[in-house]
Design a protein around this ligand. Structure first.
Ligand code: GLC
Length: 587
């Protein structure tokens, strides 16, 4: 199967260049939790092959597959031991090839997860690096000598010979970002788990090997990459500690480093071309817009990625630690989206997501997962599909899946939850599990990782065996079979949203103009392309809300889509029901 790559990129009336990946809807598959075909309780590639029909019916254009490479699974596959092999748990390379062919046969493209900020400590490179300070692959990783405990202010568990880590950086999963290796007497950097040592991108051999590996996958026929924490690859010279007085935290030290654009430029020249969909995960709090523009700019000074994931909207309700939350309201959420819509209004492109494998379920977080679960799931879907950018649907989102009611620490599987909470409990920073239960219920990545609910059968039809993580107890009500059988379901509404995008250039390319930035519960905006205009109004509330819409918008408007039965007529005063979403064609 060959796809058109629209290399010429025809211009739309507003100057926007047509690209297949702007018109696409991406569906994210987290293989561990998608479907288990061999009854071991863990999802696998054949399970995905068996369910391609579900994706095809939904109408999506691209699958982003989370890591399926050989891995000890310390971080569910984000710790890769062999970039060119499929983990046995997930199947074989032949299974993967069948998946690629099956997707392509259904006109669905496949992008792979590229995890090259770090490898697993079980990767051959790291195993070799451990053998001596002069080992061939020693310099593939970041090694430093420790500091003398007597000379530092921070409190550490003092290591061997009175040493503490080379600097004060903290791992994103809690604790120091360094681990001591006794046999060679140095420390290695791991910004994530200690089983995920950071690669040293300063070493040109690392870059050669990474680019060669990427080209190897491209040869196999994939259509692009999702690039894991790619803005961490360039570390600052001298690896300076944080500077709390100046407000500089670890995340500020390690993101968008001095050579990041050079490294990505090299990747662009040696690996990528415009026909691919590339999406860089760019962590940062916040991500500076000037860097963001360079990452996605196609111009000569740009790194040429198709788009990026920033984190601003998913940090709004977060405290500093995973057991802390923060208050947010709709005006904050709108402000973030408005800013990013504006950032790429002339050049660059947005990705649009409200949840993924690292984030809680959107309906529990931004909607109401009780009485208005369906309505709010559809409203959030409407937002996702009618902003300017490429929507990413995370598995189960199209079914309106919700967060999991965690009851004890034993219910969790995620290192990103367990590491920091266990350390905090050990050190008495956190009193008890109960003291942090509500926050973990809200924040944990495991909310997204419970098995996809296919039916009301045992284990929700995900597996014949006890799954690796518990199924959400609401699977009797929330499941794909029930959703498919009901014309009014979240699933069928998502199908309409995808179709709407495919049929209307204005949904993809139209300019975005916000109408209600300060309203507490309404989010209204227009999308305009040439003489076509959409008018979208969303009521983010459990109560009915009235909106006095601008006369010129509602005059001859017709309702194109909505999550309630159409009410009669359109006039300037719109009475919106709880979590009602409407998309009008205005003139
Ligand atoms: C990204 C992944 C996340 C993983 C981390 C380290 O944020 O999405 O799941 O834990 O990188 O690879």
């Amino acid at each position: 199967m060959t796809f058109e790559t629209d290399a010429a990129g025809e211009r739309l009336p507003n100057g926007e260049r047509r690209r297949w990946w702007k018109e696409a809807v991406v569906y994210q598959v987290y293989p561990r939790s998608f479907a288990d075909s061999d009854g071991d309780g863990v999802g696998d590639i054949r399970g995905i092959v068996d369910r391609v029909g579900h994706l095809d019916d939904l109408g999506v254009d691209v699958v982003w597959l989370n890591p399926v490479y050989e891995s000890p699974q310390a971080d569910n596959g984000y710790d890769i031991a062999d970039y060119r092999a499929i983990d046995e748990q997930y199947g074989t390379m032949a299974d993967w090839e069948e998946l690629l062919d099956t997707l392509h046969d259904h006109d669905i493209r496949l992008i792979m997860d590229l995890v090259v900020n770090h490898t697993s400590d079980e990767h051959d490179w790291f195993q070799n690096a451990l053998t001596s300070r002069d080992a061939d692959y020693r310099d593939y990783y970041v090694w430093r000598e420790g500091r003398d405990a007597a000379e530092v202010d921070e409190t550490y568990d003092v290591g061997p010979d009175g040493e503490v880590p080379p600097n004060d950086w903290e791992s994103f999963f809690g604790g120091p970002a360094w681990a001591y290796h006794e046999a060679t007497g140095e420390w290695y950097l791991h910004l994530f788990d200690r089983k995920q040592p950071d690669l040293n991108w300063e070493n040109p051999d690392v870059r050669d090997d990474v680019f060669e590996m990427m080209n190897w996958w491209i040869e196999k026929g994939i259509d692009g990459f999702r690039m894991d924490v790619i803005n961490l690859v360039s570390k600052p010279e001298g690896l300076p500690s944080t500077d709390p007085e100046a407000g500089i935290r670890t995340i500020d030290r390690v993101t968008n480093g001095p050579r990041v654009h050079e490294f990505l430029g090299e990747m662009r020249d040696r690996v990528l071309d415009r026909g691919f969909l590339t999406v860089g995960e760019m962590i940062g709090d916040p991500l500076p817009v000037e860097h963001a523009r360079r990452y996605v700019s196609p111009g000569p000074d740009g790194d040429g990625l198709s788009m990026l994931f920033h984190f601003e909207h998913v940090l709004l309700d977060r405290g500093e630690r995973i057991w802390e939350t923060a208050d947010w309201d709709l005006t904050d959420l709108k402000a973030v989206f408005d800013r990013w819509q504006a950032a790429f209004a002339d050049e660059g492109w947005n990705s649009l997501y409200l949840n993924n494998h690292d984030q809680p379920r959107m309906v529990s977080r931004f909607g109401n997962d009780g009485e208005y679960r369906r309505e709010s799931a559809k409203l959030l879907g409407t937002l996702l599909h009618t902003l300017r950018g490429t929507p990413y649907v995370y598995q189960g989102e199209e079914l309106g899946m919700t967060n999991y009611p965690f009851e004890s620490l034993d219910d969790f599987r995620d290192v990103g939850t367990l590491n920091p909470v266990r350390t905090a409990l050990d050190r008495g920073v956190v009193e008890s599990f109960d003291a942090v239960k509500e926050a973990l219920r809200a924040n944990s990545r495991d909310n997204a990782r419970t098995p996809v609910q296919w039916s009301d059968e045992e284990h929700a039809g995900f597996s014949d065996a006890e799954p690796w993580i518990s199924v959400n107890p609401n699977y009797g009500e929330v499941n794909a079979e029930a959703e498919r059988a009901d014309e009014d379901s979240v699933y069928h509404y998502y199908r309409r949203l995808v179709e709407f995008r495919h049929e209307n250039d204005v949904v993809v390319y139209g300019d975005y103009d916000p109408l209600t930035p300060d309203h507490e519960s309404l989010w209204a905006y227009t999308r305009t392309l040439g003489d076509e205009r959409l008018f979208v109004v969303l009521n983010f509330a459990d109560e009915a809300t009235t909106y006095d819409a601008p006369a010129e918008l509602v005059g001859d408007a017709t309702l194109a889509l909505g999550n309630y039965d159409a009410d009669d007529g359109v006039d300037e005063t719109l009475d919106l029901r709880p979590w009602e979403a409407r998309v009008y064609r205005a003139r």
